[in-house]
Design a protein around this ligand. Sequence first.
Ligand SMILES: Nc1ncnc2c1ncn2[C@@H]1O[C@H](COP(=O)(O)OP(=O)(O)OP(=O)(O)O)[C@@H](O)[C@H]1O
Ligand SMILES: [Mg+2]
Length: 299
Amino acid sequence: MNGLSERPEALREKIIGLGEKSIRKSYYPELQKRIRELEEAKDLVERKNAELESYLYVASHDLRSPLVNIQGFSARFGKQAEEIKALLALMAVEGENLRLREEALGILSEKVPRSLEFIRANSEKMDRLLNGLLRVSRTGRMVLTVRPLDMDALVASVVRGLSYEIEESGARVTVGTLPPCAGDEELLSQAFANLIGNALKYRSPDRPPEISVTGVRSLDRCSYTVRDNGIGIAERHLERVWDVFYRVAGSGVTGGEGLGLSIVKRIADKHRGSVSLESREGEGSAFTLTIPAEETAHE
Ligand SMILES: Nc1ncnc2c1ncn2[C@@H]1O[C@H](COP(=O)(O)OP(=O)(O)OP(=O)(O)O)[C@@H](O)[C@H]1O
Ligand SMILES: [Mg+2]
């Protein structure tokens, strides 16, 4: 049978087949080269990330030891100042020396304790920051235990863990039916605790908090969104809230180190996923965490 007597559909298939074959022939090596380049670039990024995590770990770990010394010796210095005060008080002095002794006692009773209090408060703050950094680097260095997860159960347990804050704030938390995914239970619980915790923390003073958690599966990924009607985030801060220690000034909320979202981002990265944010200042925010639906995506 020659080509002309063939059915048009069969001919079309044949032509497409031939086209595909020649496309494959000419583009395949190029495509393979691009895939190799992309894989190499991904390896490099992963290696650099691991390097950064280990710097972070070493810096936060090693800085704690001099800090402990500063705390210990400033406490000791406080006691020594008290001892000098007691000795000065016992000294029999008169005339000009009496005035000098009073002046010295004044310094030891007021200025020295005030300076020591500054040292104490600041080293305590530094201790908190270093502990936070250690926490961040530990998350980045953790080896994932990936398994199929019932996300309804996982989020329900996170919400139960926050029941005190939910009751205190009068928040209404609704959780939709969530698609199951594959991930590390502990880390994903931590990510949801940070996101729902933030939704409660950055609530608006003008209305009771309404928080929802929803999820969808699309192809091989699952996306989970934590939405709130809180104070929202101005556009100029949207990129930076993922940075370590970044807090939006003037949010009116104190307490917190600016680490929660950088931990969430690390958890998403470790799952080969992503996290994104949409927000309007004064209206609310929506954080979406996207991770693979199946275990195989992690291999
Ligand atoms: N749901 C939200 N609504 C409004 N602002 C938010 C929300 N979540 C985070 N932010 C802003 O992003 C900043 C960074 O959040 P992140 O969770 O990293 O730190 P934090 O809550 O300040 O401290 P930590 O989580 O370490 O206790 C917050 O300080 C806040 O300004
Ligand atoms: Mg937080």
